[in-house]
Write a protein that binds this ligand. Structure first.
Ligand SMILES: Nc1ncnc2c1ncn2[C@@H]1O[C@H](COP(=O)(O)OP(=O)(O)OP(=O)(O)O)[C@@H](O)[C@H]1O
Ligand SMILES: C[C@H](N)[C@H](N)CCCCCC(=O)O
Ligand SMILES: [Mg+2]
Length: 241
C-alpha cells in the first residue's frame, strides 16, 4: 500500500481533478483506493466536497474521507477560527492516512490550497502531514505564465523539508495553449527539478464519469499509474484523443 500527498502551487489549480484521475487510473488497474481530504473549506452542511467529487469522477469503489469541514472559503486555520471549530491536527491526518493505507493499495491525501497553507494556529501545514507519513508529494501546477515561479517555490519548500517530490502535473491544460504554456512543457520540469508527470486537459472534470475513468490513465505518466507518453492532449479535448 502507498500514500501519495497531493499539493498544488495554489488553490483552484486542479488538485481535485488530478486526485480523481490518479484514483480512476488505479481503480481501472484493479487497485483499491482511498482519498483523504483533511480539511475541506468553503462548503457547508452536506454539500459535496473534494473527496466526494473524486469519488463521483473515479467511481464509488473509492473510499472518500474528510476529517473536518468549515463553511468559509478560506485557509483551514482561518476558517476554523471563524467557525469556532477545532482545527485539523496534522498528527490526526497522518494517522487517518496510515489507517486507510492498511486497507487500500493507494491513499491520496489532498491539501487545501498550496503546500504552506496553515491548518492551525501553530502553523502546521500539509508539509507536516507528509513529513509524518514519510510520503512523496505530487505538485499540481497551472499551465501558463507565472507557474514557473510558483512551482519552483513549492519544490524548494519540499526540498528544504527533505520531502520527496513525486513530480509535477498540470491541472488544467488549455485546449489552445499559448506561447507560455507551450514553453512550460519544457520549462516546468526544470523549475520543479522533477519530471512533468501529467497533463489534465481543461474540462476533464466536466466529463461524464465513465469517460473520465476511461481516459484518466492517458493523462498521467507511468510513475503515477498512467500511460501518458508526454504528448499534449489532443485538440479534440479530453474526450477525444
Ligand atoms: N482539468 C480540469 N477540468 C475541469 N475543471 C477543472 C480542471 N481543473 C480545475 N477545474 C475547475 O477549477 C475549479 C478548481 O479546481 P479544483 O477543485 O481541482 O482546484 P483545487 O486545486 O482542488 O482547489 P482547492 O484548493 O479548493 O482544493 C473547479 O471548479 C474545477 O471544476
Ligand atoms: C476555498 C479554497 N477552494 C480552498 N479550499 C482553500 C484555499 C486556501 C488558500 C489560502 C491562501 O493561499 O491564500
Ligand atoms: Mg480541491
Amino acid at each position: 500500500m502507498s500514500v501519495l500527498v497531493v499539493t498544488g502551487t495554489g488553490t483552484e489549480v486542479g488538485k481535485t481533478v488530478t486526485v480523481a484521475a490518479l484514483a480512476a487510473a488505479a481503480v481501472v488497474a484493479g487497485r483499491s483506493v482511498a482519498v483523504l481530504k483533511p480539511a475541506q473549506t468553503g462548503v457547508a452542511g452536506d454539500e459535496p466536497g473534494d473527496a466526494a467529487e473524486v469519488r463521483r469522477l473515479a467511481g464509488a469503489e473509492v473510499t472518500a474521507v474528510e476529517l473536518a469541514r468549515y463553511p468559509d472559503p478560506l485557509a483551514p486555520e482561518t476558517a476554523a477560527r471563524r467557525a469556532g471549530l477545532p482545527p485539523v491536527d496534522p498528527g490526526e491526518a497522518a494517522e487517518a492516512a496510515r489507517t486507510l493505507a492498511k486497507e487500500h493499495d493507494l491513499v491520496l491525501v489532498e491539501g487545501a490550497g498550496g503546500l504552506l497553507v496553515r491548518f492551525d494556529g501553530r502553523g502546521a501545514t500539509l508539509a507536516d502531514v507528509a513529513e509524518l507519513l514519510g510520503a512523496p508529494v505530487l505538485v499540481v501546477a497551472a499551465a501558463g505564465l507565472g507557474t514557473l515561479n510558483a512551482t519552483a517555490l513549492t519544490a524548494q519548500a519540499l526540498r528544504s523539508r527533505r520531502l520527496e517530490c513525486a513530480g509535477v502535473v498540470v491541472g488544467s491544460w488549455p485546449r489552445e495553449p499559448d506561447l507560455a504554456a507551450r514553453c512550460n512543457l519544457t520549462d516546468l520540469p526544470v523549475a520543479a527539478g522533477v519530471p512533468l508527470a501529467g497533463l489534465l486537459p481543461a474540462g476533464a472534470g466536466a466529463l461524464p464519469p465513465a469517460v473520465f475513468r476511461a481516459r484518466a490513465a492517458h493523462w498521467l505518466a507511468p510513475e503515477l499509474g498512467g500511460a501518458w507518453a508526454g504528448a499534449e492532449p489532443s485538440a479534440a479535448g479530453p474526450a477525444g484523443r
